[in-house]
Design a binder for this molecule. Sequence first.
Ligand code: NOJ
Ligand code: CA
Length: 713
Amino acid sequence: MVAKRLLLLLAFAGLAGPVLADNSLTISSPNQQIQLGVVHRDNGDLMYRVFYKGKAVITPSGLGMKLNNPAVSLIKFDLQSVDSAYTDETWTPVWGEQSRIRNNYKQLLLKLRDRSGSGILLQIVFRVFDDGVGFRYIFPQQDKLNHFIIGEELSQFGMTGDHQAHWIPGDYDTNEYAYYHSPLSKVDASGGGFAQEIHAKTFFDKNAVQTPLMMKTAEGLYINLHEAALLNYPAMNLVLNKETFIFTAHLVPDAVGNKAYLQAPFSTPWRTVIVSDKATEILASKLILNLNEPSRVPDADKWVKPQKMVGVWWEMHVGKSSWDYSGGQVGSQQATRVPHGATTANVKRYIDFAARHGIEGVLVEGWNTGWEDWFGQWKEDVFDFVTPYPDFNVQELQQYAAAKGVKIIMHHETSGSVTNYERWMDTAYKFMNRFGYEAVKTGYVGRIIPRGEHHDGQWMVRHFERVAAKTAQHRIMVDAHEPVRPTGLHRTYPNWLASEAARGNEFNAWSHGNMPDHETILPFTRLMGGPMDYTPGIFKIKMSYYNPSKTEQVHTTLSKQLALYVTMYSPLQMAADLPENYEARPDAFQFIKEVAVDWDDSKILDAEPGDYVIIARKAKGKPDWFLGAITDENARNFQTALSFLDADKKYVATVYRDADNAHWKDNPEAYVIEKFLVDAKTLLKLKLAPGGGTAVSLMPAKAEEIKLYKKYK
Ligand code: NOJ
Ligand code: CA
């Protein structure tokens, strides 16, 4: 780390503004647009606040910790020393939205001692970037006791007013909610409404929301609150005081109500405030990644591979086949039996399809014994992760896949029985190594067994890290479903390719689904913490296709499903629909085959949370660009400058767009594909249908293509 020590230039100076007369420290971001103020009052109180271009973003907000053991509240401090530092470095992620990332901030470190007489030492470190602020608590090595039980973290985030927010209810166990959009004063987490439909759900306070929380002020400032590097600590919910608009941290408890067990020296996760007057800059922010530690998987670049997959998967979600051998589906409650999906013959069909179309992975769910009893039954030993059903031939499929150059992706559904999984992990990963599996999709449906722990508590956060570390030892990549929400840990564990941790496309198959604005919100919320396994690419959009009595549908047009491969960033992208549905539309499937999953560069061209997102990305190590534009339920027109293209090249643009009469509800599968010659001066007109989207591939034109295609007008 190229950290340049700055001389201590921190004068104690009064910050402009009322109330805070006592000792203030200010520090500005490298380009000065963000200012952090810390106030240490004579009575020992400690507060911080944040300004963006001179406007308040975070009003004076408290800092501190309530301990259950020893029973002390760390809220009044003696300031022992203040230190500052400056960092400007550029690093290379193993994979990502861009191949180089700049990490540039000023740092302020406060060394404090509890004033109540406990003698406990606490430090708070702030990093001030041009796009926001991060801060964390550090319990340094103590004079006496080094073990602490946290009762609550007392961090506050004061808002300047009744901002518009995209929020989901505070919860200890799930984030699979549809988003609400309301002013802060109208937050009501008790409503349920669009609440998750299957998972364990733990409501605790009607004023609580989850992070990443996306807000917009009346003056047009965009503010995102979240956390970075969540390790060995519970996830943070935020509880809103509707009179003051101050959020206070609410950590997810354990089975007996404690929040976290720490041993000093210890650092908490970072609390993050990302702010800009442009929505596009929120999406471009790398602040959360920059606050995470560098990779702990030193040779990851040699074996971690961004990739696409198909899977014996959607056919279960649409009710064509079953996870369990007996064909009964979830808990054998399905009236009519359907065939078992993960048979040797059916998996071969997917392998053939993947091989034909250059798709690297084939996910297979329902291959192992246990699915008869997996759901809602509180059984501890449902799965052993190594015993296949009799109609799934592990060796035969290993050879078949290897001959075709395809990798089968393992599935470990734990059904929440995590102690059981921990007992099996080593054996299961050895089994994977032996039979040629390089990636695993994990799952944590239902309540965590043993009961009392929560998906987002410290106990599970430690489990998720253990899985990341242990799979890394076995050179295995991970895609975690129902995990704690991501906080940029894919920098530290690049083998942790993706997570679910939000309401994915699958909800559209069997619930009232995700409304057309859902995918325009996710980049501003869930994806701020890391890639999502959203599973785009559904071509057969209405579930009545599978069963005339079904009314469910994906709330999308077909073209929008293509655009999601660009707007919904992930190094692991599923082509989620059935092979036969792709083979029926090879022209549209071409985009999914060609789109990259790893990038040199990304340009957020235009965006508004809840309304639309337009992103262009350059394929890693190639001259090709891909553009995705999506809208909510409203039709929209844009003119997008292709100025990111190489100025001296001509490109063939293949535009996959909504047909003029397309509509997510009335006519979702109508699309048009057109090819044009474009260059860096082209202004591309995008016409998105209600619930629609456009996907564009941009590849350098060959000589014959320059003759063949018309110049775009
Ligand atoms: C929920 C996951 O999100 C889904 O993708 C998976 O198919 C089921 N659990 C079964 O494990
Ligand atoms: Ca799920």
